[in-house]
Design a protein. Structure first.
Length: 268
């Protein structure tokens, strides 16, 4: 029996000349994959890196989710590695001197839980009963300042180095990832993935109040238009994908509701 959920996504160019964001979604009978990639500005062909990353994750998911993934966390780490390698390989084949780069977030919904992984500042939010109960922690310079107590969250949005990210796929460097995070889902939970062009102009309370799951597509459009209007001529690409989980909650079987993410070295 197919999983019960609602899905909607938006991927807009904003005020930029090129849309470097990509959104992906693929469903098997017992698992769902959502992906958002944001090509990094300041490097060549960010849109190519984002497309390769999304394509690689969807290809791997299609091959392995029959009808579910054996180990979602292992799948995500492997798929990120393969995306990282594929970007560098394609760049070499195309004669691109500097390999493109993209930030990436992906989530697998399976067996009553969401398992996610990210590199960079593309984010995942989990909303439950009108509140944000979990947000991925950015791999960024300002997030490091926040984590070490040298900056408050409220100043991060206006810090001059807020766009410096510390991890990505592509680029040729060794890929180092956090451990994927797994959290149990409840009925009517909303799992949202987005690029910084979406979350950057919005405050958390706006997202929580604006995304209730009654009509995901309409609600995402309202929030995306607000992000575009607020940033005007400086508007980045705006991309977001969301799932409203309609399956009944499952028991966690002795596990903690959410497993913490920890740094995990991985091969390039």
């Amino acid at each position: 029996m197919a999983l019960k959920y609602s899905f909607a996504s938006i991927c807009r160019i904003g005020a930029r000349l090129v849309n470097q964001d990509r959104v992906g979604h693929r469903a098997a009978d017992a698992a769902v994959l959502i992906v958002v990639a944001d090509g990094m500005g300041g490097h060549p062909r960010g849109e190519l890196a984002a497309q390769i990353a999304v394509d690689q994750l969807i290809e791997d998911f299609t091959e392995q989710a029959r009808p579910r993934l054996a180990r979602p966390a292992v799948f995500l780490v492997g798929a990120f590695r393969r995306a990282h390698s594929a970007i560098s390989r394609v760049a070499r084949d195309m004669g691109i001197r500097e390999a493109p780069r993209a930030v990436l977030v992906a989530c697998v919904l399976q067996d009553g839980a969401a398992t996610f992984l990210h590199a960079g500042d593309a984010r995942l939010y989990l909303l439950r009963r009108g509140s944000i109960v979990l947000r991925s922690r950015d791999d960024s310079f300002v997030q490091r300042l926040i984590d070490t107590g040298r900056m408050d969250e409220e100043f991060a949005a206006v810090h001059p180095d807020r766009n410096i990210v510390l991890k990505c796929v592509g680029g040729g460097e060794v890929l180092r990832l956090r451990r994927p995070t797994r959290i149990q889902l409840e009925a009517d939970d909303i799992v949202m993935l987005c690029s910084d062009g979406f979350w950057g102009p919005l405050i958390p309370d706006e997202i929580a109040k604006g995304l209730r799951g009654e009509n995901l597509e309409a609600e995402l459009n309202v929030l995306a238009r607000r992000a575009e209007k607020r940033t005007g001529a400086q508007c980045d690409n705006v991309s977001v994908a969301a799932v409203r989980w309609e399956e009944p909650a499952r028991r966690a079987r002795g596990r903690r509701a959410a497993a913490p993410a920890e740094d995990l070295p991985t091969e390039s």
